[in-house]
Design a protein around this ligand. Sequence first.
Ligand code: FAD
Length: 479
Amino acid sequence: MANRKPTVAIVGGGFSGCMVAVHLLQQAQQPLRVVLIDRADSPGRGVAYRDQPECHLLNVRAEAMSAFPDRPDHFLDWLNNSYSPCHPVGTTEFLPRRIYGFYLESLLAAAQQGARRGVSLEVRNDEVLGLRPAEDGVSLRLGSGGQLRADRLVLALGNPGPADPPLADQKFFGSPRYLGHAWSTPGLYSIQRDENLLLIGSGLTTLDWLAALQTLGHHGRIHVVSRRGLLPQLHRAAAPHTLSFNPLELPARVLPLLRRMRAEVAAAEARGGDWRAVVDALRPFTQKLWQRLPASEQQRFLRHLRPYWEIHRHRAAPRIVESVYELLRSGQLQVLAGRLQGFEEREGEVEVSIRPRLGKGMQKLQVQRVVNCTGPESNYRRLNHPLIVSLRERGLIQPDSLGLGLQTDAHGALLDRDGLASERLHTLGPARKGLLWETTAVPEIRIQAQALARRLLLLCASDEKTAARPAQEKPRASV
Ligand SMILES: Cc1cc2nc3c(=O)[nH]c(=O)nc-3n(C[C@H](O)[C@H](O)[C@H](O)COP(=O)(O)OP(=O)(O)OC[C@H]3O[C@@H](n4cnc5c(N)ncnc54)[C@H](O)[C@@H]3O)c2cc1C
């Protein structure tokens, strides 16, 4: 270590990994090697902002999408000075997500150019398949066949693909009529315009699909099924609201908070306000509220309230919702509340059986393609990617008990199977949902990325000091 430049490897080049790299490059005062690895060839963009059709819009207004917590106008300034100087962008616009991808790419390039002497970035298009502790660090096994040693590692794995629906008979999931991963743009373009479709799930990914299908002139029938058949609400401009109570002073249970929020919405609406502003006013408290709930209350929330929370908190751009209304009005789109019971392929189509949420009997649908639009699989006990399997088998991670992500300490250091915080392995973003709940969107991740980069630099500096001490005085570093 004494003569070696410290290496921080970041697995995952989405927003989370990209922003940790940007902060490391900007803040490092001493020589440092940053290696950003992503299996996709679009560093910075990740799942959300890569290779998207123009109609896939950000679900957050431009004014709230700065990548830097302490420079709130940064994205708007970039848009109006660098991206589109001749056509100024309004603060409240919902822009195509691909533009945000260009923004992230430009941040990475600028940070690389502006880095101090000796501070370098390597971007690798590779897949990390395994990890083992190595002397003074970790060794990564790469899909390309090589190994990479690093002193510190950030797992910025983001949004794994969705799990297949939990049916006893899984045969259909191998069929070409099943598209298991809705974030695949080639998958979207493989749909024939007259095919009848079933979209599983009714969240923001489904809305993306509906908007895209409409833009592409799709004229087959579209069925959407989810347990409750709830669609995300639309964003609407609303004057900011200040809560009339301190949510952290309520009893640490879900029901009192729900009642208080309902009363707050009713009072705000009676004064001409909008429920959206009330929901948004809760956001600064959400992480603390979640953390003070006992596990039984967190489970109660997940079981009963989660779908309602999701559609009110994760709203869609008005243009997207308009497409959905149009499809509903024309009768081309049908939204069902029910449980999938099975699929049967016969004579060029698929018969889908659904047990409706209300009423008896079984509903049968005939479609040509089925698309899984459910959200990311967050249960790290079930994920079977070789990297996750290797981390689990070595006891280096501990999936949280709610199946939402990975256990970490307050800085994002991963807890091992014995609950000890790692000195070398960190994570951020969606993987911390079990601890923080509100941790999947840009406004939260940008704060984590900045703080984690600072922490990694401190750890690297302390490694340097340790390396300079005589061998007998050095503490043994844990993974
Ligand atoms: C479709 C979609 C739209 C969204 N829109 C918005 C929005 O408008 N506004 C907002 O604030 N948030 C939005 N989000 C939330 C989103 O989670 C965050 O904004 C952010 O993009 C998360 O970034 P990430 O880097 O954590 O995850 P991801 O974007 O999922 O990136 C993780 C990366 O890790 C890579 N990876 C994983 N495993 C490996 C491995 N073993 N080896 C190599 N590479 C690996 C993947 O290829 C991927 O590129 C959206 C999310 C999705 C899925």
